[in-house]
Write a protein that binds this ligand. Sequence first.
Ligand code: IPE
Ligand code: IPE
Ligand code: MG
Length: 260
Amino acid sequence: MFLNIPGNLMTKIEPDNLPRHIAIIMDGNGRWAKRHAMGRIRGHKKGAQAVRATVTACRELGIEYLTLYAFSTENWGRPDDEIKALMSLLREYLEKEEKALQKREIKLTTIGDIDKLYPAVKTKLKEVMRETQNNRKMVLNLALSYGSRDEIIAGIKKMMEDNLKGKLEISEVNVDVVERYLFTHDMPDPDLLIRTSGEYRISNFLLWQLAYTELYFTDVLWPDFKKEDLLKAIHAYQQRERRFGLTGEQTDKNKVSVKK
Ligand code: IPE
Ligand code: IPE
Ligand code: MG
């Protein structure tokens, strides 16, 4: 399982303390392109290669859930040609990776408003999701046309509708109930969030779900992100003490586990 790992980093990773769910804000494609005197689209293309490498590395390590922020609700405001290029890159990615996902028993899921995606992308996405739905080795969850505020608003609306229909009482609303109304209802909260490119913000990503996630920021631009960078992030995660509001003494004794 731990073969082909760069350097000695792998020896430092504790296999029993891996994050179950890693979420990544893949940022810096544009700056990478600029640095290499190329257009932004070339940066996105190189970014797609980093996606491939990261999915493979997570699958090899035994990470259960990998959520990648690929396109935000705010990204719709970018120039038309960039949106167009991102849509076709996404379709290309799905076409190229379809077989590999199936072979490696990876299930593809999405969060976000996929109805807004270009029709050809949506069709391909649905096809790959259908094909891979019974895979159990890892979940690759793509956040596409995703915005956490939209997700929360959609959840509130659905809760209010259910309340009017008599299916949900106000007194029943609690953390577990709210979670059932989010796009992520069938997955645990992320244990580790990685953001590349030296930006220290959340950019409307998983606002509810990140409540107790360990945050890791790196200056590496997404197209340069390698397996080694992933291992560094996991290693940093393993040095953290997750206290969930308790005291250090309490968590030492009881080893608080992540919910779900
Ligand atoms: C992340 O890279 C990819 C998407 C948001 C789709 P950016 O395109 O945001 O790259 P920078 O931030 O301009 O460098
Ligand atoms: C966040 O990156 C969205 C994705 C990575 C898909 P952005 O580049 O869009 O975020 P801001 O604009 O720096 O906040
Ligand atoms: Mg950016």
